[in-house]
Ligand binder design. Structure first.
Ligand code: FEO
Length: 171
């Protein structure tokens, strides 16, 4: 059984993950409007990953006999200054989420909630991957600078990203 404080914190994280999903969907729509379908696809995959994270947390709360309590998802931004700026915002957002996951893990330790501790380890590893993924794109965007031709080439590469759900055992 989850403690009330852990249940509340996990519900807040569910909201944070669904907000992330919504924000990346907004970024995807913005990239589409710019004529960068590859970046839009990259963000679509990001949207699916965040939805997956939210659902994984939601299932866990249920499994532990907790009460899922969904809250309003705040409105995300609808435009960004540039492609580079949008991806910088992705990195900043993921760093913030990493902090939230670390806080949750600290709480699990404080609460002596070993099951939540083990469950949250998956998210710790996932955040390392999330930050690395966007970091790779940012490195390329910085090299590209104002080169439009190179941007379209990168866009084609970004468009190859597909969502691959983790194996059932890890999900
Ligand atoms: Fe679910 Fe990108 O953190």
């Amino acid at each position: 059984m989850l403690s009330k404080i852990m249940e509340k914190a996990l519900n807040e994280q569910i909201n944070a993950e669904f907000y992330s999903s919504y924000m990346y969907l907004s970024m995807s729509a913005w990239f589409d409007s710019l004529g960068l379908p590859g970046a839009a696809q990259w963000m679509q995959v990001q949207t699916q990953e965040e939805w997956f994270h939210g659902m994984k947390l939601l299932r866990y709360v249920k499994e532990r006999g907790g009460r899922v309590s969904l809250k309003a998802i705040k409105q995300p931004p609808v435009e960004w200054q540039s492609t580079l700026h949008a991806f910088q915002e992705v990195l900043a957002h993921e760093q913030k989420v990493t902090g939230l996951i670390n806080d949750l893990l600290n709480l699990a330790v404080e609460e002596k909630d070993h099951a939540s501790n083990i469950f949250l380890q998956w998210f710790v590893s996932e955040q390392v991957e999330e930050e690395a993924n966007v970091g790779t794109v940012l490195d390329k965007l910085r090299l590209i600078g104002q080169d439009t031709t190179a941007l379209f080439t990168l866009d084609a590469t970004l468009g190859q990203r597909v969502f691959t759900p983790p194996p059932a055992k890890a999900a």
